[in-house]
Design a protein. Structure first.
Length: 146
């Protein structure tokens, strides 16, 4: 009985001290956990992105377009209410609602992230593809990360 309680305590202590514990508790991108660079607005104004694992909303901006005072619409994709079905491998896949210039309200979109790379001290996805309902075209983006 005492040995079983001792073993259970050791397992619990090991879980608390594992490198994954701060990630799960704080949502931080530590220990190589993958994230994606999200901006607050489609007009970044020189601001840096925040790196988030599994963001619920994200403004994706193409690399190089961040330095533009107003990035071209094809270089920006804003997605809200993202539900990630797959995360952490070579690809991440989620569904949400995206804003387009073709329709006034957000429409269903599938987001596929790929090419995870170490950028700015974060392990982040660097490419995004968007597949909108109704066949609305969207260019794949090489994502801005720093």
């Amino acid at each position: 009985m005492v040995a079983g309680a001792f073993a259970t305590g050791i397992v619990a202590l090991g879980a608390m001290l594992s490198p994954a514990a701060p990630i799960a508790a704080g949502g931080k991108n530590a220990g190589g956990k993958k994230s994606v660079a999200c901006f607050e607005s489609s007009v970044p104004g020189g601001k840096k992105p925040r790196f988030e694992p599994r963001p619920k909303r994200c403004v994706f901006i193409a690399a190089g377009a961040v330095d533009s005072p107003i990035p071209p619409s094809f270089a920006v994709q804003q997605v809200i209410k993202i539900d990630w079905k797959k995360w952490g491998g070579q690809r991440a896949e989620g569904r949400g609602k995206g804003y387009t210039s073709v329709r006034p309200q957000p429409v269903p979109v599938t987001v596929t992230l790929s090419k995870p790379r170490k950028k700015c001290g974060h392990r982040a996805y660097t490419k995004a593809k968007f597949k909108y309902q109704f066949g609305i075209p969207a260019e794949p983006l090489n994502l801005s990360t720093c």
